[in-house]
Design a protein around this ligand. Structure first.
Ligand SMILES: *[C@@H]1O[C@H](CO)[C@@H](O)[C@H](O)[C@H]1NC(C)=O
Length: 434
């Protein structure tokens, strides 16, 4: 009998070992994709080919109710009502993939109503309690395995890389100093640490419920994340090291949106390596750090003053034209970029195609562009991730012994296989290199 118990214990250890060493592939599902049109509309069934590659599926996003500070569905009709019940549809993937963990994420920049509530909540113990209790209940009711906190902290101010006024401007800023984006930084950092602790306590009461954090792009982690105090409370941290440049934040200057290392003369803090190092240098075990890889592209309009070489940083004129499917200025899904690239298989369209410029050093990423044509059609400059660069990021993750990758998000990858016939090429390429 004793040997049988011993043997069962041995089996349990053997069974547990791969899951603790296996790299995480955290797949974000953005529920907004359900209401896009035509080819961009992604239904939960479209997720199926992706899910076998994912260790975690994260449902984005729930929000915070402004008056009560409760965590609530952002779209009841879609998320929980009988007509769609997407929360349930997504958590039901566990029937087919028993090892899969499905988390419900809150925030993620999807929650736009009264954005200051995210700071206010952190200032009040009562508000935190209301949030924590409602969060655990909501996740539990719909079969989630835990919660991902993609907190909407204030963002760092965008800065120009170069400017004809460069030296003068620099002098002015030095004299007056830079105003902080949040005058209660310390209080919010403390409140956030308390929130994570309280959430962990509440989730501990439930069996096996997980807690992850997502650091959104352009949130200065050193201001808000007290690494030694929170890292042992969470299962992993997704570091969204992308969107260092966006057409919204940087309408006049385009640059690599998610370089692995610092390109020459750029802010040494705005790249993957720096974002990840903040956590590991502050004492986080590297296997708890998950690197976020964006599947979407950021685009800008080139104008007559944009350097025709296309080399970034480059002067531009606001967001690029909307894509045919995603229909949002300055943003393209990977299949939308793919369709614009010069490719012998493509039909000759009305517009000239984009020329792709790869980076042989594998440090900064790929961009593509076309200059203005002589008929006055504006050019386009695009920074994006493709299967190759996503694979390079996965290799970076592997070389640094990080916990894995997250794909942000599945709906912007080529989920229909329009580019080459392979569905989810970015997810696949990254997973393959882990
Ligand atoms: C983040 O904040 C620290 C101070 O805590 C500052 O030194 C650093 O420059 C900031 N990073 C960015 C990218 O603004």
């Amino acid at each position: 009998m004793r040997s049988l118990i011993f043997f069962a214990g041995f089996l349990a250890i053997v069974a547990a070992t791969p899951s603790t060493t296996q790299a995480k592939v955290v797949c974000y599902y953005d529920s907004k994709s359900f209401v896009r049109e035509s080819q961009a509309r992604m239904l939960p069934t479209d997720l199926d080919p992706a899910v076998s590659f994912c260790t975690h599926l994260v449902y984005g996003y729930a929000g915070v109710q402004p008056d009560t500070y409760k965590m609530v569905p952002l779209n009841e009709n879609l998320d929980i009502d009988r007509s769609h019940q997407n929360y349930r549809t997504i958590t039901n993937f566990k029937t087919k993939y028993p090892g899969l963990k499905v988390l419900l994420s809150v925030g993620g920049d999807a929650d736009t109503e009264e954005p200051q509530k995210y700071n206010l909540l952190l200032e009040s113990p009562q508000a935190r309690t209301a949030f924590v209790n409602s969060a655990v209940l909501l996740a539990e009711q719909h079969g989630f395995d835990g919660i991902d906190v993609a907190w909407q902290f204030p963002r760092v101010k965008p800065k120009k890389v170069r400017s004809t006024w460069g030296s003068i401007w620099h002098g002015i800023k030095k004299t007056f100093g830079t105003t902080p984006v949040d005058d209660k930084e310390a209080e919010h950092k403390e409140g956030y640490t308390a929130l994570v602790r309280e959430l962990k306590q509440a989730l501990n009461v439930k069996q096996n419920m997980q807690l992850s954090l997502t650091v959104l792009p352009n949130v200065n982690a050193s201001i808000y994340y007290d690494v030694p105090s929170i890292i042992n409370l969470v299962d992993f941290v997704n570091v969204d090291a992308f969107d260092y440049f966006t057409p919204e934040r940087n309408p006049k200057e385009a640059d690599y949106t998610a370089p692995i290392y610092t390109p020459q003369n750029r802010n040494p803090l705005q790249n993957v390596d720096a974002a990840v190092s903040y956590w590991t240098q502050a004492g986080a075990p590297s296997n708890k750090i998950v690197l976020g890889i964006a599947t979407f592209a950021r685009t800008w309009k080139m104008d007559s003053e944009s350097e025709i070489s296309g080399v970034p940083p480059i002067q531009v004129d606001g967001p690029g034209e909307a894509g045919p499917y995603t229909r949002t200025e300055g943003l393209l899904s990977y299949p939308e970029v793919c369709a614009k690239l010069i490719n012998p298989n493509h039909q000759r369209g009305m517009k000239p195609h984009l020329r792709k410029v790869t980076d042989p050093s594998q440090r900064f990423g790929t961009y593509a562009f076309r200059t203005n044509d002589d008929k006055g059609e504006p050019g386009l400059w695009v920074s994006y991730e493709d299967p190759e660069t996503a694979g390079q990021k996965a290799s970076f993750v592997k070389s640094k012994n990080l916990g894995g990758i997250s794909i942000v998000d599945l709906s912007m990858d080529d989920f229909r296989g329009l580019c080459t016939g392979d569905k989810y090429p970015i997810l696949r390429a990254a997973k393959y290199r882990l």
